[in-house]
Design a protein around this ligand. Sequence first.
Ligand code: BES
Ligand code: MG
Ligand code: ZN
Length: 482
Amino acid sequence: MIPKIKTIKHLSYKNSICFVTDNKLTGLETEKSISKHLEFLKKQIELEQTMIELHDFPLFYYVAIIFESKNVNVDFEKARILGSQLKQRHRTQKIESLEVVNLTENQALTLPFVEGLMLSSYTFSKYFKDSEKKNGSLKEILIAESGIKKSEIEELQIQSEAVFLARDLGNEPYSTLNTVKFAEEITKTAAESGFKIEILGKKQIESLQMGGLLGVNRGSEYPPFFAVLEWKPEHAVNEKPIVLVGKGIVYDSGGYSLKPTSSMDTMKSDMCGAADVLAIFSIAAQLKLPINLIGLIPSTDNAVSAASYRPGDIIKMHNGLFVEVLNTDAEGRLILADALSYAQKFQPELVLDFATLTGSAVAALGEHGTVAMGKVDKNIFEMICESGEKVHERIVEFPLWDEYAKLIKSEIADLKNIGGSEAGAITAAKFLERFTNYPWIHFDIAGSSFIKSDNEYKTKGATGVGVRLMVEFLKRRINIKK
Ligand code: BES
Ligand code: MG
Ligand code: ZN
């Protein structure tokens, strides 16, 4: 159940309420339901509590304390985290409707607070026989006295639902999300949100000579697909499209370079990049963002069978380059490379790819950031980084120095699909670079896209990281027009 966000003029006092205030308890003196507890609240604040609970059975009142800093982005994130602190409570207390009122001067924090509450309400619970009973179910969030525009609420609703879609897809196991099912999901989302979709099947992929995608697919019981998404609104600010590419490995066993069991189960999420692209398109179409977008999703699983590609194989890619496969577990770059060279035909303004590409990115940043590399004007990279700070999906730029190119030179083909033991995220990007001839940024979301336990409003499992980042970036791009 996804909560619906609505606005109400005044608190109704018929539902549980969260009062957002500051450490001076601004606005609460006149709040009849609360004022008798002011002394208690002050004590709690001394104890550095930020979410204080009062009971007026059957209702619950929560007092959320915002400590402002001087940095807007820091405050936004604090507000989101504060919102997410309600999740355990509304779940166990089985609250269905929750009213929220921000009593502080800083009304700009209301939406981030609600966003944190909203995003943290996500659960992947469809495989519990009785999941609603177990998790409770927040059905609506009612924002009172806020002056927030209807369009802002709608945006937050649509964006959060798209993040949930990306999380759902990342969490869905291979047993229920093989390529056939994934293609159906993409088609369904396109129809529901209103963008164009073409799904190329195996025959078409063969005639495009996408040797990377076909090579990785050789061991699979299901055919590959290559999805082409298009969002082309009437009054777009750009002529040449922005192309978004997402790695769509529905399961990565490693192939003959088999992964150990301990790191295999999470590889159901090796299509988080693809899920991001789908979610971003769903938002762009629903919000009718005035920007031309193309999405490319190459998809297969990476399986072991007698038919699988093997270490030592040489494959011919879509752009004609030959690749010596020395590790079948470095499959992501092979399918992405075909998509990146295919992207050339759109003469893109910019290409952005999202991929759970390397363990090296996980080792570098863990779950708290995304590694990015690329060839773009400095101001574009800055826009990306600033967007990341704003939505707290932070970006760290790694270099693409020429020296790293040596590491992927093959003695018998144009290049090989692995570098050495060092700088793995970079050598993977250097590999991809060979298939690009346009401004391009690669996002390695291997660490940030799937997490072991809840982290504030990012819930355990797939996080949907990348979606909010891109929406923020696209909005900024729209605002600079040409
Ligand atoms: N899908 C994995 C990368 C990955 C690792 C994602 C951990 C999320 C968490 C990718 O296909 C892979 O296996 N990469 C290898 C490449 C290596 C063989 C060059 C890796 O990073 O170990
Ligand atoms: Mg792999
Ligand atoms: Zn992979």
